[in-house]
Design a protein around this ligand. Sequence first.
Ligand code: BG6
Length: 490
Amino acid sequence: MVSRVIPVEPFDLIIFGATGDLARRKILPGLYRRFAAGQIPPQSRIIGAARSEMDHDGFRAFAAEAITEFVDASKRSEAEIARFTERLFYVTLDAKGDTGWPELAQMMRPDVVQAFYLSVGPVLFGAIAERLHQHGIATPESRIVVEKPFGRDLATARELNAMLASHFAERQIYRIDHYLGKETVQNLMAVRFANILFEPLWNTQYVDHVQITVAETVGVGGRAAYYDRAGAMRDMVQNHMMQLLCLIAMEPPYSFNPDAVRDEKLKVIRALEPVGPDDTVRGQYRGRPAQGGTPAEPSYAQDAGTPQSRTESYIALKVMIANWRWKGTPFYLRTGKKLRARASEIAIVFKEPPHSIFGEGEGWRENVLAIRLQPNEGMNLSVMIKEPGPGGMRLTEVPLDMSFAEALGEEGTDIPDAYERLIMDVIRGNQTLFMRGDEVEAAWAWTDPIIAEWEARSEKPKGYDPGSSGPEDALMLLHRDGRRWREIRE
Ligand code: BG6
């Protein structure tokens, strides 16, 4: 299969916070990969803006190092890196003061797409947006890209939205949820809406329940200061998992245009039932003493530096959707740090056939469509067949397994990073994979009471061992409904 790369229009991308971790790990390496693939026209420029004193060459060296560290050796060359970094420029700038802004204003070109990437904390969004206007840098056509966390509750998200709206129109604002840039997440829409096969079954009549799992093996490590104020609910559920749930649950949009898709997602969020305390389980990873050759592992509380921390590093929830399509079908969500494996998966578990002509207990298992987000992207549909050989009609389950890597060859393994896709969409002016302001607010409106309830009860999360599947109570969340979680494995 030949990959089709369609170049974007020439652009100036201004990255605020250009010397930060996200720029180093994701944005600059991602841009390099798009450049190497021939998608970025040579007239384009990437302008780093940050507080550090640095000149253009300093920033080029910084980017070259980041690319060498984060782009696979087989996908980079010295010559290509040199060609790429020629397009890089830098301005030392104080987001809250006057330094650097006139210089940045002078660098702007009116005849190319202009995008401002705010790879900085939300406390700086206002100051930057204001100065972009004061100095006549932003135009009615410029695009502004913001990162999560987009607020920490409904009130703060509203403030951010209002502040952005005072400087930019909604069509100019790109709120990144990097899960929407993941190839397999987009595949969810293709599977649902480009095949006749699944849609007729995609409702409460045929779907018993849905499981959404995002399991990580890493702890909170160096991000503890942020994470301890967020927890898994704010960090993963309000945004990434909510987006996954929306893509599974939404009605078919009338077209694949940004507002058609986002309108449908919004309807799902608004139809979510409130979640009571019995339908959530919060966990926090324990530590482990040194054993044999293995060094000790810190507990969450040690990582966070707050021995009494009540922040959850794991959460499982039972979510119900009050609409015609889904009434009665639970969506079980779970995500956590320091779990057994890094594995993200959506499993659609179908109901039993209405009547078994083969009798009870003949090896029947439910059909499951498992969509594997990462790693080993792919899809697997489990189907019942007859167990081969004589001895009567016994049933056995076989997988209709499609690994994207196997089915698509190099293209299946050479999956672009979410950021690459999303940044190119900003340049193309396509907002489909970005969250609209009302979506973010609706997600917080659903999340806030759940968090408020925990805070009122001031309950400590349940402990779980590193490398496990999470706290025992999470098993109960499904057991009591006569169901069980799928195994977490790579
Ligand atoms: C981020 C969260 O948004 O997503 C992190 O803040 C989490 O806590 C990360 O580790 C997971 O992203 P990915 O792409 O590795 O699944």
